[in-house]
Ligand binder design. Structure first.
Ligand SMILES: [Ca+2]
Ligand SMILES: [Ca+2]
Length: 400
């Protein structure tokens, strides 16, 4: 806030905190990824940053050099980490060819419906080559399945993005290096007419095919990503000797997922449930739990400039904003701040400003520094044109 605050307000706030203590609302279910997302691999969790020694949990390693797959801090599609793949023509053969890939395990059930969302950034050195390479593929199961080429693959070939779908090439336009390209694949793995393949590129649906999606077997195809360039093994003509690309924001979903659950183009709109609400001060008729009961006709009210509502999500979450609805919000604006904290003690300011004064509905604010990892949000009231009461009818954190 730009205006200075009288010192007395701070005294009121501190006094209120001492008198009011803390009131907790009943526990609510903890936030989690959408039910249909089986695995998020955005490299933001330290436990996933296992490269280059091993593949992250749940995946297998298919590279043979120290630079084949590494974790990097830039460029990233989201957060602060991504994966970098590098393959050189002189690299050792891995799993019968030249590759630097991370592979899902061969354990997908028959007739599976799956979603795959990820983002790829081809390095600026990704020169035109008449020899193609696969950058993501879906491999038929290893035992009891038809051999040959994978039923589905995303490639770069002669300067263009292409999909190889059961031997048929689908051209998806010229590639640009040095930028993130978002992909979503939705596949119903079937050998009959009930199969489905849908592909979105940068949010636009570019493929919709029905019918058989693979050649059969006791399991559905499994997913692999990274660089696979077979011509460097067979000796076929190629005008390049090195490939580098970045990979981020991978989400794997099952039949319960929808496009929004896995797409890298996530908006700050997902409500993150609150496990407990408390306040630095409140009147008994309007306790803090009223601000998280889903009812716009009930409210938390606390007197005093600096009165604060504290939302506890129950664990560290990736939070990008908040939705706040004010009592009499259509009749008066409110100046307020939002601070975020991991431990409930040390807080960092993530937003400050004024509500519109034109609506009683929740208004979304996006955190100024971008998404932060935090368990607690503290919403502090500083001014309104009517009185010194903070009155919030509903408030909640937002995630991506
Ligand atoms: Ca990331
Ligand atoms: Ca309420």
């Amino acid at each position: 806030m730009s205006r200075s605050r009288p010192r007395a307000w701070i005294l009121v706030m501190v006094t209120s905190m001492l008198i009011a203590g803390i009131a907790l609302s009943p526990a609510r279910p903890a936030w989690a990824d959408p039910a249909g997302v089986q695995r998020t691999l955005d490299w933001e969790q330290p436990a996933d940053r296992t490269l280059p020694a091993t593949a992250p949990p749940g995946f297998t390693k298919q590279w043979g050099t120290s630079y084949g797959a590494t974790n990097v801090t830039g460029p990233t599609r989201d957060g602060s980490h991504a994966a970098r793949f590098e393959l050189r023509k002189t690299d050792p053969v891995v799993s019968s060819s030249k590759r630097a890939e991370i592979s899902q395990r061969d354990e997908q059930p028959v007739d599976a419906e799956r979603w795959y969302g990820f983002s790829i950034n081809l390095a600026t050195t990704w020169a035109h080559d008449t020899s193609a390479e696969i950058v993501s593929q879906w491999h038929q199961c290893d035992v009891g399945c038809p051999g040959g080429s994978p039923p589905l693959a995303l490639l770069t070939d002669e300067g263009r993005w292409k999909i190889d779908f059961r031997g048929q090439f689908i051209d998806l336009g010229a590639y640009t290096t040095g930028v993130w390209v978002d992909w979503v694949f939705h596949v119903t793995w079937r050998t009959d007419s009930a199969g489905l393949l849908q592909v979105w590129k940068n949010g636009e649906r570019v493929v919709h095919r029905t019918g058989a999606t693979h050649g059969g077997g006791p399991r559905s195809p499994y997913f692999k990503f990274g660089i696979y360039k077979w011509d460097w093994n067979t000796g076929a003509p190629s005008s390049t000797t090195q490939r580098v690309m970045y990979y981020d924001a991978l989400r794997l979903g099952d039949e319960r997922a929808v496009h929004q659950d896995v797409t890298p183009q996530r908006t700050c709109a997902r409500a993150v449930p609150v496990a407990a609400a408390s306040a630095t001060t409140y009147e008994p008729a309007n306790p803090p739990a009223n601000a998280v009961d889903g009812n716009l006709s009930t409210r938390w009210s606390g007197q005093g400039f600096g009165a604060a509502l504290i939302l506890d999500t129950g664990a560290s979450r990736h939070l990008c904003g908040a939705a706040v609805a004010w009592h009499r919000g259509d009749l008066r604006w409110n100046d307020y701040t939002i601070h975020a904290s991991q431990d409930g003690v040390s807080y960092t300011k993530v937003w400050e400003g004024r509500s519109s004064g034109t609506t009683t509905a929740p208004e979304t604010v996006l955190f100024t520094p971008g998404p932060v990892d935090a368990r607690y949000l503290k919403i502090s009231f500083w001014a309104n044109p009517e009185n010194d009461w903070a009155s919030i009818t509903e408030a909640g954190p937002l995630g991506l």
